[in-house]
Design a protein around this ligand. Structure first.
Ligand code: COA
Length: 324
């Protein structure tokens, strides 16, 4: 068996909804501005006791159930996250026990918003080389914990959530190809102002807590350019045309970036899965959340050709072409 296929998906969102109107009460912004510039109406925010791990755990349970796979059968667990519960053990390792997985490899991958694409790529390679038959892959974040809620530039954009898939080995694709890239020269456009080793003694704003620092306008332009390139790379690696695609499942950062991608691919927005209006940008969770939603509501059908893509801090970017 030389390919991996998606056997099941799952997702989890916090119950707490923060609308644009809620934000109007605490920062100088408006529902209209946020909707026009980003397409976001509301986002979900983790409450006390909810963490990246608790959200991921429920998403993974649902994915295992949908795939009808016993946790004991999992050979590898890969988690894309930038907001792990602890410095160590990794969130994947913490969840391994809670999910009842065997002593398989369990790791977190940090590629910011591209974390799920990176995790999926690692998982697919393990299956392709024959070292794993069933792999659990998750993208989960609580970015709300590193957002400065007093800064309108970033507070309006992000939300929390988790999405997961179970991959299994099969004879026919499945995942046709995955592609990952990074360019650390762009660190100043999207980063955090503190970290474990660098420390955050010097941080004065945000009650002394680390926060996301972003030059939104510049990020926007590079994102559109870079995603355009990776979409072309992905299609040409498989000798396929834009018209072969059934669904685009993009990273949910901004509706205008998503629309630009759809235009580039000559795709009608009816064939683009959009959740950014209700979830905001959930970073590594955004693509698997959107994928799970469209599979569960029946839009995505077996045999459809799916293009997944994401872009995030670093910059990092990644894609996957999948025959569902
Ligand atoms: N509410 C109201 N006004 C706001 C605002 C807010 N939440 N945030 C910024 N503004 C103001 C700015 O201060 C600026 O005012 P000025 O013209 O008086 O200087 C004006 O709106 C335009 O700011 P700008 O940053 O140029 O807006 P924009 O059209 O680029 O939209 C983003 C801002 C952040 C929505 C947009 O750039 C974006 O989505 N970028 C990509 C970010 C992203 O996806 N990051 C994650 C990547 S994974």
């Amino acid at each position: 068996m030389k390919y991996s296929r998606i056997a099941g998906t799952g997702s989890q969102l916090p119950d707490k909804v923060v609308t644009n109107h809620d934000l109007e009460k605490t920062i100088e912004t408006s529902d209209q501005w946020i909707r026009e510039r980003t397409g976001i109406r509301e986002r979900r925010v983790a409450v006390d006791g909810e963490t990246t791990g608790t959200l991921a755990r429920e998403a993974c349970r649902k994915a295992l159930e949908a795939a009808d796979v016993d946790p004991a059968e999992i050979d590898l667990f890969v988690m894309g996250t930038t907001t792990p519960d602890l410095v160590f053990p990794s969130t994947a390792c913490l969840l391994q026990k809670q999910l009842g997985l065997p002593d398989c490899g369990a790791m977190d991958v940090n590629a910011a918003c591209s974390g799920f694409m990176y995790a999926l790529s690692v998982a697919d390679k393990y299956v392709r080389c024959g070292d794993a038959k069933k792999v659990l892959v998750c993208g989960a974040e609580t970015l709300s914990r590193i957002v400065n809620w007093n800064k309108r530039e970033t507070a309006i954009l992000f939300g929390d959530g988790a999405g997961a898939v179970v991959l299994e080995a099969c004879d026919d694709p499945g995942i046709l190809s995955t592609h990952i890239h990074a360019n650390g020269n762009y660190v100043d456009l999207l980063t955090t102002n503190a970290g474990i080793s660098v420390g955050w003694d010097a941080v004065e704003e945000n009650d002394g807590k680390p926060e996301i620092i972003m030059r939104g306008n510049e990020v926007f332009k590079v994102a559109v350019r870079t995603l355009g390139r990776i979409v072309e790379e992905t299609l040409s690696a498989n000798q396929l045309e834009k018209s072969d695609l059934t669904w685009l499942i993009p990273h949910q950062a901004n509706l205008r970036i998503i629309s630009a991608m759809a235009k580039m691919l000559d795709m009608n927005m009816d064939h683009v899965v959009v959740t950014v209006d209700r979830h905001g940008n959930t970073s590594a969770a955004s693509v698997p959340l959107a994928l799970d939603e469209a599979i569960r509501d029946g839009r995505i059908q077996r045999g459809d050709l799916l293009l997944l893509e994401a872009f995030g801090g670093g910059f990092t970017w990644g894609s996957a072409l999948i025959r569902y």
